[in-house]
Design a protein around this ligand. Structure first.
Ligand code: ZN
Length: 413
């Protein structure tokens, strides 16, 4: 929404913002006014959009995905496997990705995300077989076509089976090629400022698929170019064992040795950190993306979200790749995170609003975009509007209509 007209999103069925019972006014992509019960906008000339059939929430923000995996959902050879054998079953399939198939996968992933209320997404693309060197450029073109706000990470793998790593030789690149392409992408596409629609971050796949040299060089390059850093960490016990065997330390120690422990970094999963490590993460302002569906499908474990937050760690949500989720539905991920964490911590500690907060303000923190994730004056007008005219929503829809009517007609002053 980049024109100069003001639009009043008027009288929504419900809205996730305090003091906005009669809706919000947006202009030039920003929220400029919240309209309280019994009030009318003070912004002159605002054109009304009748939102009486809609529930309005801040647009959801997805902070971990692998778009290319959308084409490899439910591959029989990968089913009923844990992370490492699951990866080994899928790498040969992913090694055959082409520019055309990636374009299709990205389009499908983004469309699913948008239909589920997502207005900003990240992606972690780290598979670069010959012929797919411009994978991130392909993703950017699709994002621009669909109008989705994106933070695309230039992923990487340079430690293949030949060097004791997990991926086959055909999907990795050498360090110089990775760093040169990372710098090229940031120079060509990374937008700065609060209105940025396309941003780039740097993202080695994981400690078991890249060399220490590349981990360190990537952190240095991110610092130099002032972009964010992302990777998978503490997803499985296998990873702890691998890290001990190869590097003689736990994954977080290794991360710190590589210059990654800081506010620029957000990590996917974060299941196997101990209490002292959570405190170090909180102090360093390193954020965590919780991927509830993927962690359950691969039986990886459960991110200790409440302990993390108590230690000062910001938590966001991510659908993770569709090969370990079967879909890109971010609202479904909100529900999965809510159910998993409520089962772990109980009713008093986890509410549905916590799960929505993780997918909005928490995710905004992960990607360093505080102007996103909240309906408030001055914030981006990234809104998700849901209609409830389906059988499955019938009871709450009727209750909300009654409540909204009462709120609007109540005497004020
Ligand atoms: Zn992942």
């Amino acid at each position: 929404m980049n024109d100069t007209h003001s639009i009043w999103i008027k009288d929504p069925l419900a809205i996730l913002a305090d003091g906005a019972e009669r809706g919000v006014v947006v202009r030039n992509g920003r929220v400029v006014e919240l309209v309280g019960a019994g009030q009318a906008p003070t912004t002159s000339g605002a054109v009304a959009f009748e939102a009486g059939a809609h529930v309005v929430i801040p647009g959801l923000i997805n902070t971990h995905h692998h778009f290319y995996q959308t084409l490899t959902r439910a591959v029989p050879a990968a089913m009923d496997r844990e992370l490492f054998p699951w990866l080994q079953a899928l790498y040969p399939v992913w090694a055959r990705l082409t520019p055309e198939s990636l374009d299709l996968a990205v389009t499908l992933a983004m469309a699913e995300l948008m239909l589920s209320g997502c207005t900003t997404t990240t992606d972690h693309h780290y598979v670069f077989p010959a012929g797919l060197e411009e994978a991130i450029d392909i993703e950017i073109a699709v994002a621009k076509r669909l109008g989705l706000r994106v933070l695309l990470t230039r992923g990487s793998m340079n430690r293949s089976q030949r060097d004791g790593g997990l991926p086959p030789d055909g999907v990795v690149q050498d360090e110089d090629a990775i760093l040169a392409d990372s710098a090229r992408l940031v120079a060509a596409h990374h937008e700065r400022g609060e209105d940025a629609m396309v941003q780039i971050a740097l993202a080695p796949c994981s400690p078991f698929s890249v060399t220490t040299s590349l981990m360190r060089a990537t952190a240095d390059l991110a610092e130099k170019l002032d972009v964010r850093l992302h990777t998978h960490l503490a997803e499985t016990e296998d990873e702890n064992r691998f890290c001990q065997e190869i590097h003689g330390c736990r994954p977080l120690d290794y991360l710190e040795q590589c210059g990654w422990l800081g506010a620029r970094t957000w990590l996917a999963h974060g299941i196997f950190f101990n209490a002292a490590e959570m405190k170090r993460l909180g102090k360093a302002k390193t954020s965590i993306t919780h991927c509830a569906c993927s962690n359950q499908i691969l039986a990886s474990g459960c991110c200790p979200v409440c302990e993390m937050e108590a230690a000062g760690v910001q938590i966001g949500l991510g659908v993770d790749g569709s090969a370990s989720n079967d879909g890109s539905n971010l609202m479904q991920e909100v529900r999965a995170a809510f159910l998993l964490q409520r089962a772990r911590y109980g009713v008093a500690k986890v509410s549905h609003k916590d799960a929505l907060r993780w997918a909005t303000q928490g995710s905004a923190s992960c990607i360093g975009r505080p102007e996103l994730g909240e309906i408030a004056v001055g914030k981006a007008a990234d809104l998700a509007l849901f209609k409830l005219d389906e059988l499955r929503f019938s009871a709450p829809a009727i209750r909300w209509r009654r409540w909204c009517y009462a709120a609007r007609t109540a005497p004020t002053g």
